[in-house]
Design a protein around this ligand. Structure first.
Ligand code: PNS
Length: 170
C-alpha cells in the first residue's frame, strides 16, 4: 500500500481568509497529512508577524485532525523535501492567478521533478477574496466578518485600531 500522501499548502496568509480555510478543508480530504506553511518572507511588509499568522491558522484549523500549521524560510521545494511532502497544494481563483501559479509550479518542478503541484479551484463564494483586499477594507473600518474567521476579524480591527461599521439597515 502506498504511504499516505503528505501535502504542503504554502502561503503568506496575512491574514488567513475564509478562502484559505475552504482550501484547507477541501485539501485535507484529499491527502493523509496537510501542512499549512506560512512563509517567513523578509521582502514583504506583513501586517501580522509569522507567529501571529501561525496562531490564527492553528485556531482556525483546530478541528482538522490531519492538518498541521508550520512556518518556513528559504525555498519551498527544500522545505517540502525536508517534510517528506510529495505535493504542493495551491488555490486558483481567477485567470489572473494562473500565470504566476504556472510559473511557480514549473520552476518548482524544474528544481524538484518529483514534487507535484496540485491546484484546487477556489469555491465560487470565495473566488473574489484576497488577504490584501481584506486588509484594505478593515483599514477603512469596513466589515470583514463574512471574509475571515471571527478571531481573525477581531485581531484585524485590534491591530488596525479600527472598529467595523455596521452594515446599512434596509
Ligand atoms: O500567499 P502567497 O504570497 O501567494 O504565497 C507565495 C508562496 C509562499 C507560495 C511563494 O512565494 C513561495 O513559495 N515562496 C518561497 C520561496 C520560493 O521557493 N521561491 C521560488 C518559487 S518558484
Amino acid at each position: 500500500m502506498p504511504a499516505p500522501l503528505i501535502a504542503v499548502y504554502p502561503g503568506s496568509f496575512d491574514p488567513p481568509t475564509n478562502g484559505h480555510l475552504d482550501l484547507i478543508a477541501r485539501g485535507s480530504r484529499l491527502v493523509g497529512q496537510l501542512i499549512v506553511a506560512v512563509l517567513e518572507n523578509t521582502q514583504k511588509q506583513p501586517l501580522f508577524t509569522v507567529a501571529e499568522r501561525v496562531e490564527m491558522l492553528k485556531e482556525a484549523t483546530a478541528s482538522f485532525t490531519n492538518v498541521e500549521v508550520d512556518s518556513f524560510a528559504g525555498l519551498l521545494v527544500d522545505y517540502a523535501a525536508h517534510r517528506q511532502a510529495g505535493v504542493i497544494l495551491r488555490g486558483i481563483r481567477a485567470i489572473s492567478d494562473y500565470e504566476i501559479e504556472l510559473q511557480m509550479a514549473l520552476l518548482n518542478r524544474r528544481m524538484r521533478p518529483h514534487l507535484e503541484t496540485i491546484f484546487l479551484m477556489a469555491s465560487e463564494e470565495h473566488s473574489f477574496l484576497s488577504s490584501r483586499m481584506v486588509k484594505e477594507i478593515a483599514t477603512l473600518a469596513g466589515d470583514v466578518s463574512s471574509f475571515v474567521p471571527p478571531a481573525v476579524s477581531k485581531r484585524l480591527h485590534a491591530k488596525l485600531g479600527s472598529s467595523p461599521c455596521k452594515p446599512p439597515q434596509k
